[in-house]
Design a protein around this ligand. Sequence first.
Ligand code: COA
Length: 200
Amino acid sequence: MTVSPLPYPLRLTGTDVILREWRWEDLDDLVALLDEPDIARWTLMPSPFDVEAGLAYLRRAHQGRIGGSRIQLAITADGGRPLGEVLLFNVRSGLHEAELGYLVGLPYRRQGLASAALSLLTGYAFDTLRLRRLLLRIDRGNSASTSVARRCGYRPAAEPPIEQDGPYGPAILDTWEYVESRSAPRDDRRKNVAARRYGR
Ligand SMILES: CC(C)(COP(=O)(O)OP(=O)(O)OC[C@H]1O[C@@H](n2cnc3c(N)ncnc32)[C@H](O)[C@@H]1OP(=O)(O)O)[C@@H](O)C(=O)NCCC(=O)NCCS
């Protein structure tokens, strides 16, 4: 297995996107991307998402990256301005599985960016990290996110729904999976269902 610690720094180039490390100078762009109602609604980011929240976010991302516990990359068109984010976290090496998440800034949606970024990181997780089961936890009401998942080859997993309370009331998260092998014990998979927040 090559997943612990995760590679850093990392730059992944696809046909339509380049995924790169966050930089401190991305702070203003990050705040503009994340200070948005749909991001707050579906990822439970702090709202308003201000400069202080942005700094804390970049700090946490940096710690996770240098510690090798997660992959957290800005989605860009050409390696420059960040348009969104895709991440891989909660790696469970024994089970060869991890979770992924994504978001795209409001002005950049419906252009295929989330799909391109998720496909690229999914391919990397399988081909290079040798993970065998990738998971998404998606609120049942988040039709944009379920469309992205489906488009990238993820399918609903046979796992119990995860119920959680948030500022918008009770929510139900479904697990979506991208699987190459179904050999991991199902009981172990079910332990991976603590309270869900984007990237937690
Ligand atoms: C979900 C999100 C990342 C989608 O990003 P995006 O770059 O617009 O997605 P894409 O352009 O790759 O769209 C992929 C598919 O989703 C569909 N889609 C995108 N937004 C949609 C919406 N609001 N309603 C319905 N379908 C939508 C697209 O039509 C496309 O489907 P297709 O393959 O049938 O054409 C973005 O809306 C977002 O950041 N939302 C807030 C954060 C969030 O929900 N993150 C996911 C948490 S699980």
